[in-house]
Design a protein around this ligand. Structure first.
Ligand code: ADP
Ligand code: MG
Length: 730
């Protein structure tokens, strides 16, 4: 076995970099594999093109009568690019994307064939829902499921080697209409937010007719040599290393962050970026991250639905392209203990069809009141639904990262920045019931907001990197999202709570305005009320500190550190009400989803426990025995020569190895017992909790002993690639 490790290291030196052909400039091939508006105009009859555009813009259903014309145009476009197959591309709750390819080709009775793709095949398909996570919806209803075309995200061509497939973004629902994917609820939440935000925007901007939510994600990842990866069964099976002693050099010198990108990684980046550009993913930034072998890629922000699809595509492409470079990309939140984990910051805002960003401070008192309205309502929404926000980022893998001293804690708080915090305080104190702000302009002018905000917010130093939810100048940055997550969960929750809040805001303002107060004044009065009600979620200090934990407790903010409990946030009374009343999920869907997420949790921990036990018993202990035998032979030899007194170190090591072996063996057995007990629990929540509280603690105790063995056992015998090799060999 140890051969594999050394074999891999030897091969790295012989590795030849693959340099992708980048062509002249990105704009030459950007979006060439997307059925863009231009491609549509070219391949669809004029009236059909107009209907499709209308359907996209208004979010309405496409007229079934023109489906054949659309599918024909799509086929013509795809075939002109060498496409042979098509697939509905969807995002089931497995976390990855799903596809089932069908050929355009259809044999005919003459022994020849034709290429066909009709409207029915474009609009709807029927994969077996029972093969995807459905949280029991299957047992109560029929097992059939449907994928249905989402025209708001453009079709695209996925190239894998020489094969080209037309991918049609779809939602995935059960026979009885329950959502079985991430996209269906996301689209509903986006529609809800658009509807809720518009009347509020119209207070300030009468010309606005459409609001859309925007997302710019930042994807962090690790990159390691593929052969080293293949010699680590834990990485292969779980995405993270369950053992591994910290290297002498970790990230303490902080020399990796923003450092020069290693050549091999650079070649890889250019290669996957090119594939992304062809698919119209507007990548913009690449850099080294804090940990060794850790990097980040980020695009220019887009409408949320498209941004989510693009992130899913990116993750898929990154994994595929890595193979060409004999590299492995690790999207897990915490592949290596002791160095930083990976997140996926979700930068979120709302934009209007009149061109303004609703979270961007303006230049006049009026636009600043608009800004403050959306700013304060978002804070209030997060305050009122903090447990749900926490639930939206919960997963077995993210548990390793949240609160792990280099990632946002599990306590949800909002960072507003020093200046804006002061502004909020001003409003809270100056606007009082007695001092009615009949002239809001005056109040705002007095506070000098419109002069100060733009300048101050441009100042990037006013940033708090430790906050899970930070305002960063013209958007909120939800930093607690995990690197491997589909952004949809976080986005669906954020859209829904803010939409719900904006509806409430509109009601509250109207109620005051009805009594004859000016709109501006009514708005400030309501904002003041919200600021008072939600200020305890604002935190400017160090979120990683122990003081914050204490302070948060005093403030009554929850600190839910494990997924099985955090997931309650989806099904508590207020979340149920929120989702059901707003038509995002019905009760069946919510319970199903809760069940699926609990199941996913326990299965992931179960796999880790199994891998750990396998590795410990089949690789670590035999290696320890082998080294111990060498020591014993050595000590015996010394004794034969009458030199026993020189065998002290050997004897100590022999003893230490025995003790550690015993501890590993007993803890593996105990962990196994706990697993059996947990498996016997039929209630999914109880089972997940048991895996969390009873099984998982052994991960630490077993790992401790194994890592100590790694320190003392002969390096030549150690079978698993070491941290220093995975993180520093380039
Ligand atoms: P960092 O947080 O690493 O300093 P930036 O502030 O440059 O990075 O931007 C991070 C991401 O935020 C980018 O994807 C960017 O496009 C996105 N972003 C900028 N403005 C908005 C917006 N109005 N809505 C959503 N995302 C935005
Ligand atoms: Mg950021």
């Amino acid at each position: 076995m140890s051969n594999l490790r050394f074999h891999a290291i030897k091969n790295i030196n012989q590795h030849v970099d693959v340099n992708p052909d980048l062509g002249n400039k990105v704009s030459d091939y950007y979006g060439q594999n997307v059925f863009t508006e231009d491609a549509m105009r070219q391949h669809l009859p004029g009236d059909v093109f107009k209907s499709v555009k209308n359907a996209i813009n208004s979010g309405s259903k496409l007229d079934r009568g023109i489906a054949d014309a659309v599918s024909n145009g799509m086929k013509a476009w795809a075939m002109s690019k060498g496409v042979t197959h098509y697939t509905h591309w969807f995002q089931p709750l497995t976390g990855t994307t799903a596809e089932k390819h069908d050929a355009f080709f259809k044999p005919t009775s003459t022994g020849k064939g034709i290429e066909a793709f009709d409207g029915d095949a474009l609009i709807q398909q029927e994969p077996d829902a029972s093969s995807f996570p459905n949280g029991g919806i299957r047992s109560t209803f029929e097992a059939r499921g449907y994928t249905a075309w989402d025209p708001s995200s453009p079709a695209f061509i996925m190239e894998v080697n020489n094969g080209k497939t037309l991918c049609i973004p779809t939602i995935f629902v059960s026979y009885s209409g329950e959502a079985l994917d991430y996209k269906a609820p996301l689209l509903k939440s986006l529609h809800l937010l658009e509807t809720a935000a518009l009347p509020v925007v119209n207070y300030f901007d009468k010309a606005c007719t459409k609001v859309h939510a925007t997302l710019g994600w930042e994807q962090e990842y690790f990159l390691i040599d593929e052969e080293l990866f293949l010699a680590r069964p834990d990485l292969m099976m779980t995405g993270r290393t369950v053992f591994g002693h910290a290297p002498a050099k970790g990230q303490q010198l902080e020399d990796h962050y923003f450092g020069t990108i290693p050549e091999r990684a650079f070649g890889y980046m250019m290669d996957f970026e090119k594939e992304c550009f062809k698919l119209g993913i507007p990548l913009k930034t690449r850099h080294n991250e804090v940990a060794p072998a850790q990097f980040e890629v980020a695009p220019v922000f887009e409408e949320v639905n498209i941004a989510v699809d693009h992130n899913q595509l990116l993750m898929d492409i990154m994994e595929r392209v890595a193979r060409r470079h004999r590299l492995k990309v690790l999207l897990h939140e915490k592949p290596f203990a002791g160095v930083n984990g990976s997140g996926k910051h979700n930068n979120w805002s709302m934009g209007t069809d009149t061109g303004s960003n609703l979270l961007s401070p303006g230049k006049t008192p009026k636009t600043n009141l608009q800004f403050l309205t959306f700013f304060v309502n978002t804070i209030k929404a997060v305050h009122d639904h903090a447990d749900l926000v926490r639930a939206s980022i919960a997963s077995a893998s993210n548990d390793h990262r949240l609160g792990a001293n280099e990632a946002p804690p599990a306590i949800i708080s909002v960072f507003a920045g020093t200046y804006l915090s002061e502004v909020l305080k001003e409003i809270e104190t100056r606007v009082s019931d007695k001092n009615k702000p009949n002239d809001a302009d005056k109040v705002l002018l007095k506070m000098d907001i419109h002069n100060k905000i733009p300048d101050l917010l441009m100042d990037n130093t006013d940033r708090n990197r430790t906050s899970p939810f930070a305002f960063t100048g013209n958007k909120f940055e939800f930093r607690a999202v995990g690197s491997s997550a589909n952004c949809s969960n976080a986005m669906t929750v954020l859209n829904t709570i803010v939409a719900n809040q904006l509806m409430q805001f509109h009601k509250d303002v109207e109620a005051i305005a009805e009594k004859g107060e000016r709109k501006d004044g009514a708005i400030l009065t309501v904002l003041r009320k919200y600021i008072s009600a939600s200020k305890n979620i604002l935190f400017e200090g160090d979120n990683y500190s122990d003081e914050w934990k204490k302070e948060a407790k005093k403030r009554g903010l929850n600190n839910i550190t494990t997924t099985p409990l955090a997931l309650d946030g989806y099904v508590n009374k207020s979340s149920m009400k929120l989702f059901v009343e707003n038509g995002i999920f019905n009760e069946t869907e919510l319970h199903a989803r809760h069940e699926i997420m609990l199941e996913d949790y326990f299965k992931k921990v179960q796999i880790e426990a199994r891998v750990m036990e396998d590795l410990a018993l089949n690789q670590i202990l035999p290696t320890a025995f082998e080294y111990q035998s060498k020591l014993i032979a050595n000590a015996a030899g010394l004794k034969d020569l009458g030199l026993s007194k020189f065998a002290g170190t050997q004897t100590e090591l022999i003893k230490e190895i025995s003790e550690r072996i015993t501890k590993i063996k007993t803890d593996c057995a105990k962990m196994n017992d706990e697993r059996k007990k947990a498996n016997a629990l039929t209630d999914m929540k109880k089972r997940a909790v048991a895996y969390c509280d009873k099984v998982k603690p052994y991960f630490d105790t077993i790992r401790y002993e194994v890592d100590k063995l790694e320190e003392i056992v002969d390096d030549q015998l150690w079978p698993l690639p070491k941290y220093r090799e995975m993180l520093f060999v380039r």
